[in-house]
Design a binder for this molecule. Sequence first.
Ligand code: SF4
Length: 259
Amino acid sequence: MSTFLFSDIIFGPVKSRRFGVSLGINLLPCDRKLCSFNCIYCECGWTTKNSSKTGNGWVDALTVETMLEERLQEMKLRDELPDTITFAGNGEPTLHPQFLPIMKATIALRGKYAPDAVVAVLSNASTAHRPDVFEALMLADSHVMKLDTGTEETYKQINQPASATPFAKILSNLMLFNGDLTIQTMFLKGNHDGHVVDNTTEKEINRWLDYLIQIKPQLVMIYSIARDTPAGDLGIVEKEQLNIIARQVEKAGIKAEVF
Ligand code: SF4
């Protein structure tokens, strides 16, 4: 399958329904994916080093700051400032060893050039218990955290986490936000490694809803596969079914949107 990597540190802007005009920051190496998960649907392909340890190829904080400032200057001159500055890219952005200073610089540059822009982080929540990471996340305006299931078994099957990240750790990390977060959930069906994968069953949805009620997110973003996946035998969940799931979330008193 044809997955892809972001080849730039500052990328876009891209227009997205979720984030409007979004200028992306990719803190991961441009030539490979680095993540504490190895999701079977990841649009960046398989994680080659399934570890949350730091690797080679990190861009330094000053370079990120300089490149972001140059891009924001250009965008300001053209009067095309972004709605969102989004930390995303080739893996898990919070793994960058200088995530906190980079976040501080980003917040300062946002204030200088694009005060109306929202600073957002897309994360799998595996590092949120680290004080430096949590401090950085709290500086951002929008914390979009992944929760694809309510069961340990399906978490291991879909997200294929590094061994040091049990499901209970993800749940306790999500609770740290005290409701100041958005949950994003990918729904899919198919087969992987000789086993059926389906996080839309009644049991799955009920357990996932139970955790959502405890986590109390401001919003749940629901979506299905839109691009090629590294696992070859996965299929999308139709919009109609995603809408039914969204209504169940709303019924639990939590806002939900289908993308
Ligand atoms: S957490 Fe995100 S970047 Fe990491 S493997 Fe999953 S989809 Fe890919």
